[in-house]
Design a protein around this ligand. Sequence first.
Ligand SMILES: NC(=O)c1ccc[n+]([C@@H]2O[C@H](COP(=O)([O-])OP(=O)(O)OC[C@H]3O[C@@H](n4cnc5c(N)ncnc54)[C@H](O)[C@@H]3O)[C@@H](O)[C@H]2O)c1
Length: 459
Amino acid sequence: MEFEKDILCIGAGYVGGPTMAVIADRCPHYRVTVVDIDEDRIRAWNSDRLPIYEPGLDEVVARARGRNLFFSTALEDGIRNSDIIFVSVNTPTKTFGQGAGRAADLQYWEKTARQILRNAESHKIIVEKSTLPVRTAAAMERILNAAPDGPRFDVVSNPEFLAEGTAVRDLESPDRVLVGSRETPEGVQARKAVVEIYANWVSRERILESNIWSSELSKLTANAFLAQRISSINSISALCEKTNAVIDEVAYAIGTDSRIGSKFLKASVGFGGSCFKKDILNLVYICENYGLEEVARYWESVVRINEWQEKRFVRNILSNLFDTVAGKRVALFGFAFKANTGDTRESPAIYVARGLLEERARLVITDPKALGNARAVLADVDGNVSFEEDPYKAAEGAHAIAVLTEWDLYRGLDYERIYRSMVSPAFIFDGRNILDHQKLYEIGFNVFAIGKAPLKHFK
Ligand SMILES: NC(=O)c1ccc[n+]([C@@H]2O[C@H](COP(=O)([O-])OP(=O)(O)OC[C@H]3O[C@@H](n4cnc5c(N)ncnc54)[C@H](O)[C@@H]3O)[C@@H](O)[C@H]2O)c1
């Protein structure tokens, strides 16, 4: 069959996989190929057990795979045969050299650009799908257009705003799609070609066009604002605990103000995920480079409050378990950084687990989707840690439960049964404020939530 467009995506991760699956599903007239250097990942994308868990993703992939959606490791062929190349490789925080711990590590991006340059035989549109520092496109253009009589490349920015856990819904019905390019005739033409893809299922007024630097910077700014809301409400949660105010009541009261809005105001043990921290630190680094010290410090504090919130949570467990958890069994309910994903990157659970293990607690971790990743993340610890699918078994014989992921499952458990199986006095630390605290208290638990006075059976 002849396809209208040949689209390639380099990087079959949490963004590349679902994004391309939805494009292929919605556009049967395009051929969409996703390539990756990770053979295991590609094998998993071609199997019945996809490498990532996202509600609805299995169905989308099942409809399109083999029809017009292909997963492969044949990078060179993919580059040669495509008109439009999305690049969705990882852009982690640099761990070495200048900017270590803050700047984005662009080595994977640059390698990809050079692979494209080596293999392309005709004009290509290169789409920045990864989150990148503002002005990366300028560097990319310089690399790609290094060969004077090679094919021409146009770089377009199309940052991804999907949230893990709701990726398919976000891709099928996005708040907006953003496409930025140079304002030259070639740039605008390339931008229109990318807009045309989304226009197959996204209404025209939700597809925003902008200059390329605005597009790059909008993604970093969106993540900074989202994380800032969490750090803002978390900072107030600490004040609630001192004053007997209740954070969920405060959040509700302020969220009804339409200027503030109600979303992203849930106090918790902290935000995680691969993006917020890295993108904010990258923003901080960029500001510093431009001599904007005050702006850098302002955004850096969002990350610092988050770290402080995680630390506070561990300290709270320790001090309420009579200043020692050594040898005590503590059950962690949830390890994913949020519900409906198996992703554990930068999950607050990692910090909490390591903190408790340092104090020699005996940890048992339960999570419906993230146990594989939890095992991998904690592979280096030599503490006492085990993994258990069944939350009831995880809680058996435990002194305390710490809820670290807001899985619906944990709301509906039989806490009377759990209480009976635990060591007395039994403690619950609800790091996501999802449980019925009064009811737990009446069952007999000592209950510690975020941003409200504890419910204790002793002074
Ligand atoms: N995860 C999210 O929720 C999210 C949301 C929006 C934007 N982003 C951004 O999207 C980008 C990708 O994120 P992700 O979560 O999908 O990362 P990921 O680590 O899950 O996937 C990246 C993939 O790229 C592959 N890769 C790296 N170099 C390659 C190369 N030279 N050739 C072929 N494949 C290569 C890796 O093997 C990996 O499978 C990042 O810049 C991230 O900031 C992520």
